[in-house]
Design a protein around this ligand. Structure first.
Ligand SMILES: NC(=O)c1ccc[n+]([C@@H]2O[C@H](COP(=O)([O-])OP(=O)(O)OC[C@H]3O[C@@H](n4cnc5c(N)ncnc54)[C@H](O)[C@@H]3O)[C@@H](O)[C@H]2O)c1
Length: 395
């Protein structure tokens, strides 16, 4: 590997793969060179006549042409192609979600651990581009610095993911158990689920209601209203859908020392912080006013009116991690948490059961296998389809 450039190949040249290619070819990611593109559909490679073409990820991974790969295929292949790339000592960025199930994410991360023993500098990054958003970074900083005090309650209404029927028809894998492994929780929301656990931690139990194909002709979930219980007694809720417009993005986090409210609507973003001059728990014990509340100050937090470098920022950081030893913004190891949380919400909304975390990984694997087996929609999309290790029952 050259010391000053990362030669990369992109696997999966659909919507997102072409977006990533555009960023690199337009020079927006200094020190990253796109040398190869790979897709099982050769038509998708035609717009890149100057680059090396591969119709199989195996051949690209073994070509010796690249230091790194970016995997932007449908979700199940993230696990299988990711394991192949890492075990061939290639730095890897995987699109979200890192895998469809906790079980597969564990296998992927085990492969990374094994590869890292041979090459401790091997980098594995998740495309959680929203972690570069200055608003979410500020909220994280305020929580970490203890400005809010102990978190009591958090609520995220994130329903600005509207998708019409034609979107679901644009790829045979979309919103099928066999091809995608879920709906809004697996495709649109991994960003928010990752951010939620990054900001507020992992809940200890989940209860969800929602709908499978409630607003669209699909078999997977397009609505989820989940309640979270946290180990320290805090509560949370997470509400999402692809069937509502105009959508909402409103995150409210309440702590003993105050409240944060982030809202984004039609390109206008705001972050309000309400500071209790006396922590609520202390005020409650000391006040003599039956209907009083502590004096509260509204604090304006100055922030740039943009949403950060997003996908370009994650790729720049990946290059910096490889060449300069920088810390990754979104290490793939953290991606398993969003996968587990999505699995828990899906399981709960389908079975109407309260789910305790950590989940039993193979139980969910078998549950998903049964959904695929019983599916009236797609049963097979490509050879990488489906959760792993269910041979005989699914594949
Ligand atoms: N980070 C983001 O903001 C963001 C946004 C959209 C999509 N995504 C993610 O990107 C990934 C791809 O989504 P998309 O919308 O681009 O899908 P898409 O259907 O437009 O593209 C997927 C491409 O992968 C190809 N492909 C399928 N299996 C393959 C294999 N085994 N080897 C090589 N190529 C293969 C398909 O032929 C297709 O061209 C998904 O993980 C999705 O969640 C991320």
């Amino acid at each position: 590997m050259s010391k000053d450039t990362v030669k990369i190949g992109i696997i999966g040249m659909g919507n997102m793969g072409t977006g990533h290619a555009g960023h690199i070819l337009e020079g927006k990611v200094p020190r990253m060179e796109l040398v190869a593109v790979c897709d099982i559909n050769p038509e998708r490679l035609k717009p890149y006549p100057k680059l090396k073409h591969f119709e199989s990820s195996e051949k690209l991974i073994r070509s010796g042409l690249v230091d790194a790969v970016l995997i932007a295929t449908p979700h199940y292949a993230h696990t299988t192609i990711g394991i192949d790339a890492l075990s061939h000592n290639l730095h890897t960025i995987v699109e979200k979600p890192i895998s469809v199930t906790k079980y597969d994410a564990q296998k992927l991360l085990d492969a990374y651990k094994k590869a890292k023993k041979k090459n401790p500098k091997l980098q594995f990054c998740a495309m959680f581009n929203q972690r570069t958003d200055p608003y979410y970074i500020k909220i994280h900083e305020l929580i970490q610095n203890g400005v809010l005090g102990r978190i009591q309650r958090s609520n995220w209404i994130i329903t600005n993911w509207f998708r019409p029927e034609c979107y679901y028809r644009s790829g045979g894998w979309r919103a099928t158990w066999a091809g995608e492994g879920g709906g809004v929780l697996v495709n649109q929301c991994p960003h928010n689920i990752d951010l939620y656990q990054w900001l507020c931690g992992m809940p200890s139990a989940v209860y969800a209601i929602g709908g499978l194909g409630k607003y669209h002709d699909i078999e997977t979930e397009d609505e989820c209203c989940a309640l979270f219980e946290y180990p320290d007694g805090a509560t949370g809720s997470f509400i999402t859908t692809t069937g509502e417009a105009p959508g909402t993005n409103r995150l409210e986090i309440v702590g003993d020392k105050g409240k944060l409210v982030f809202e984004s609507f039609k390109g206008v973003n705001s972050l309000q912080f309400y500071l209790n001059t006396v922590p609520t728990s202390e005020y409650s014990k000391t006040t003599k006013k039956n209907f009083g509340t502590a004096e509260c100050w509204e604090v304006k937090i100055p922030l740039p009116d943009n949403r950060g470098e997003q996908h370009i920022g994650i790729k720049k950081n990946f290059v910096a991690a490889i060449l300069d030893g920088a810390e990754l913004i979104a290490p793939a190891e953290e991606g398993i948490k969003a996968v587990e949380l999505a699995n828990a919400m899906q399981y709960s909304l389908i079975t109407h059961q309260r789910v305790e975390l950590p989940m039993k990984a193979f139980e969910y694997q078998k549950f998903l296998g049964k959904l695929i087996k019983d599916s009236k929609f797609v049963k097979k999309v490509d050879k990488n389809v489906g959760p792993t290790d269910l041979a005989g029952s699914v594949k």
